[in-house]
Design a protein around this ligand. Sequence first.
Ligand code: NAD
Length: 351
Amino acid sequence: MRYWGQGAALVTGGAGFLGSHLCERLVERGQRVVCLDNLATGRTENVRHLLDHPLFTLFLADVTEEWDIDEPVGSVFHLASAASPSDYLRLPVQTLEAGSLGTRNALRCARRHRARFVLISTSEVYGDPYEHPQRETYWGNVNPVGPRSVYDEAKRYAEALVMAHHREGVVDVGIARVFNSYGPRMRPDDGRMIPTFITQALAGRPITVTGDGHQTRSICYVDDTVDGMLALEGSSEPGPVNIGSQEEVSVLNLAHFIRDFSGSRSRIVFVERPEDDPHYRRPDITKALRTLGWKPSTRLEEGIRRTIAHFMERHTSLAPQAEGTPGDPLEKGDTDAGKRTAQGLGRGGHA
Ligand SMILES: NC(=O)c1ccc[n+]([C@@H]2O[C@H](COP(=O)([O-])OP(=O)(O)OC[C@H]3O[C@@H](n4cnc5c(N)ncnc54)[C@H](O)[C@@H]3O)[C@@H](O)[C@H]2O)c1
């Protein structure tokens, strides 16, 4: 059933943070890549260095609408979806549609081309978990009508749809449950913890920690996350498989860490915690190790160092301020309709 290497890799959401790194890696390994994106939360800038590459095509399309790829496709990676809370709360219906209609359309493409289909799902399917660390067998604790449900439930539906195709034996599938990832090309304004802390630290502004900061996250450097996606694609494992770091760190410690690493004197301040924000996050990656031989290898220090360097380079206005704000670092409360094809847009993109 596998057609690996015999067709293009389609990456939906390929102009986003994770997708652009995935496209880059696929091109590096000599794979033809079609990057489908509507730039809802992604940027052409993320793939600009690939636009003139003969193996790369940027296909501007909405994954939820009708589209097709007029060349053989060997694998489909479905990433198209808003992913940061500030983005999906701003785009609630589009997010649900990317998970539902978008997943249906991407599966349809995989089925037509007899391609392997990799769903990039999320640790958010575990919600605010009662099991810690989270194993793939845990069903999760998700509020189906809360504000975050537009993302969590879209991904849960997407997983169900993918498994239904698997059980019917019509598409060769793999589900990756990706945990918090970070690295170069995150948007400084995307509202996620790492770019927010780095941006604030470099600008000498207060670093805003939500709640008391004792909630934990396990953050995985983007290169490792992409390795995990590629390992899943190269296997016949249907998943779901957790892809994430086991290095669990409190949000407050992370804020301190980033402040120290960026040489900033920003104060750390506490702001209200968002509704349904998970208390704990750490994957059990036994299954990824056993079935894919995958585990992350980038140390937190190294990943953060590279990410800060990228932000300083790309966003020179964020270079450390000579005048940081001294003071108590833990001061509390300071507070196109119609059918489109990739060929129609051609190589190189038009954004
Ligand atoms: N970054 C993380 O920590 C993380 C963790 C778990 C899962 N994921 C998953 O990885 C994927 C990518 O996340 P990211 O962090 O790169 O986010 P991102 O916002 O940077 O990338 C998402 C991309 O999808 C595109 N997109 C959104 N809706 C679309 C649509 N209808 N049609 C076509 N393109 C569309 C956006 O323009 C963007 O380029 C998402 O599916 C997300 O759920 C990310």
